[in-house]
Design a protein around this ligand. Structure first.
Ligand code: PLP
Length: 380
């Protein structure tokens, strides 16, 4: 028999092609004329001169890389500054930054659960939460989307340590979790609450302080938050926020912190630059929300089926995976980049276009975006 250990990959690729689910990497030029409604740069900060200058300064001072795990090569004052300012901005006692939001979710979930404990996870949670649950060795119960009563029942049936986990704003449909109700359930059942605020930071709450601050839950005894620095803050990296003893516990036990190179100095510098800029210009958060609402209202007025956005993500239903791909490609041909979500990246099998609002979009650009989506719609 010939040695062909990867032939199964070709079979899988064929099946993917037959189902219209092939993913391809497209080149992205440094400069483009495309109207960008695909990126998560919610506040328009990733190319802001102050933010890129902060990244460059940090790289020049501290080097291009963090040189190792912070437990091995040491922790810079830059990381400490970012952690202090992030915690203070979001209303928590302490913070720990990691190399990505993905790593932050893995860290929080694995360090705060473990064998014999229970994680109750919303069916719409992000892939990094799903993977964190898998890695945790805890029993994981997936409950229906945004259903605090299902969380209550599941927690009540468990004896022992437990944690409920949810996205604050779900990345596929842009809808928000019922955080106040979830916190009440967790308090009553003696469970911790972990909230991934990847899409809330910079957009929700006063001046963009995030969904937990908006819900009055930031800094709560049983509440832990995770963040990405790669969306509203326009940088790269992630963070866990919570009581100081929880953060100390993560430093000692979270494998994606201990065995991962620390956050790159340029990324830390850029995130700090964005955070300081957002403090000075808090109106950016409200503008991102207003742009999302305007997109939604104009899209639905044009007869498209969209989900009312709770933050900056606007989701528009497509009839099928194939048509969603074509629709996104037609938008691109017409001069606008949009996201395209389809199986297996959606929990319910429904394909969508995903438009992201940005604080720096003008009213004219919003109108153009809506006109392009409408003109290229599959049944138009
Ligand atoms: C809800 C949510 N959590 C976590 C992440 C992961 O963050 P990062 O890209 O920084 O790894 C993302 C997206 O990327 C996300 O949408």
């Amino acid at each position: 028999m010939p040695f062909a250990p990867f032939d199964w990959i070709d079979d899988e690729a064929r099946r993917r092609a037959d189902a219209g689910l092939v993913r391809t990497l497209r080149p992205r030029p440094a400069e483009t004329e495309l109207l960008d409604l695909a990126s998560n740069d919610y506040l328009g900060l990733t190319r802001h001169p102050e933010v890129t200058a902060a990244a460059a300064r940090a790289a020049c001072r501290w080097g291009a890389g963090a040189t190792g795990s912070r437990l091995v090569t040491g922790s810079t004052t830059l990381h400490a500054e970012l952690e202090r300012e992030l915690a203070e901005f979001c209303g928590f006692e302490a913070a720990l930054v990691l190399s990505s939001g993905y790593a932050a979710n893995l860290a929080a979930l694995t360090a705060l659960s473990g064998r014999g404990s229970l994680i109750v996870s919303d069916a719409g949670n992000h892939a990094s939460i799903v993977d964190g649950c898998r890695l945790s060795r805890a029993e994981t119960a997936v409950v229906p989307h945004t259903d605090p009563e299902a969380v209550r029942k599941t927690l009540r049936a468990h004896d022992g340590r437990a944690l409920a986990v949810t996205d604050s704003v779900f990345s596929v449909d842009g809808d928000a979790a019922p955080l106040a109700a979830l916190a009440e359930v967790c308090r009553a059942e003696g469970a911790a609450l972990l909230v991934d605020d990847a899409h809330g930071l910079g957009v929700l709450g006063e001046g963009g302080r995030g969904a937990l601050a908006a819900a009055g839950l930031a800094g709560g005894e049983g509440v832990v938050g995770t963040l990405t620095l790669s969306k509203a803050l326009g940088s790269q990296g992630g963070a866990v926020l919570g009581p100081a003893r929880v953060i100390d516990h993560l430093v000692n036990t979270a494998r994606t912190f201990i065995f991962d190179t620390g956050l790159a100095p340029a990324a830390a510098g850029a995130a700090l630059g964005s955070l300081r800029l957002l403090r000075r210009e808090p109106e950016r958060a409200g503008r991102a929300r207003a742009v999302a609402t305007a997109l939604y209202e104009q899209l639905t007025a044009a007869g498209l089926v969209a989900v009312r956005p709770d933050a900056a993500v606007v989701s528009v239903r497509a009839p099928s995976a194939d048509s969603a791909v074509r629709w996104a490609a037609d938008c691109r041909t017409a001069g606008m980049a949009v996201g395209c979500f389809r199986p297996p990246s959606v929990p319910d099998g429904i394909s969508r276009l995903r438009l992201t609002a940005r604080a720096d979009l003008t009213d004219a650009q919003i109108a153009t975006a809506v006109a392009i989506v409408r003109r290229t719609a599959p049944d138009a």
